[in-house]
Design a protein around this ligand. Structure first.
Ligand SMILES: [Zn+2]
Length: 216
């Protein structure tokens, strides 16, 4: 346990975000009560072949977990969300044999350096690493966010497009014939994910999927 986690535990004793039981961020019973998504969303994301969204922000416990990770900097939440995403993904590949046993590259959606320094970590990266303990895909961090953007939620549709335009750059190898999964924690309109996918397509990726913990 890091010193920061130790101090936080004294200030805010650990209790399950679902039922209040002491000693966990989320107890096993409440983990099993997290609802795996079966909704279909219509998003304008032409550069993505498909987006898979594991849960919904309407699920208060899931929303609280994400907020605690991102805004209370509780990085110990990442394994819970990674496990949730992994459970969801096992259902997807069960019904989609074309995604099974494929050489897949995971790319966590990057934060700008400024934002990552502020938080101390990139939540998408932590979730991707925890998710991947069950899959062993390659994880690649060559997608960079090179522009500081405003929170998309504060902007209208035109401003959103302008805000994220050219905010990503790819510094890795050519992605010809590669299958990519971009991982993120929350998706709203999908515009940011789409912008990232656009850059990866321009660098040769053949299939690009989004895999996201929750629809905001
Ligand atoms: Zn509980």
């Amino acid at each position: 346990m890091s010193l920061k986690s130790f101090i936080l535990n004294i200030l805010f004793p650990l209790e399950c975000l679902g039922c209040g039981e002491e000693g966990f961020y989320l107890c096993e019973k409440c983990f099993r009560n997290l609802k795996l998504n079966d909704k279909k969303y219509i998003l304008k994301t032409p550069y993505l072949d498909e987006i898979f969204i594991a849960g919904d922000y309407d699920d208060k416990v899931l929303a609280d977990l994400i907020k605690k990770l991102k805004f209370n900097f509780v990085d110990n939440i990442a394994p819970i969300l990674g496990r949730f995403l992994s459970l969801f993904w096992s259902g997807i590949i069960f019904s989609r044999p074309e995604l099974k046993n494929k050489e897949i590259i995971l790319i966590p959606l990057p934060l700008s350096r400024k934002r990552e320094n502020w938080r101390g970590f990139n939540q998408a990266e932590l979730i991707a690493h925890n998710f991947n303990t069950d899959y062993n895909y390659k994880i690649n961090s060559d997608l960079k966010k090179i522009k500081n953007t405003k929170a998309q939620s504060s902007l209208n549709e035109d401003e959103r497009a302008e805000n994220i335009k050219d905010c990503f750059s790819w510094s890795g190898e050519n992605l010809k014939d590669k299958i990519i999964i971009i991982i993120d924690d929350v998706i709203t309109t999908g515009a940011t994910l789409n912008e990232a996918a656009c850059v990866l397509k321009k660098n040769g990726a053949s299939k690009i999927y989004g895999l996201v913990v929750a629809k905001g």
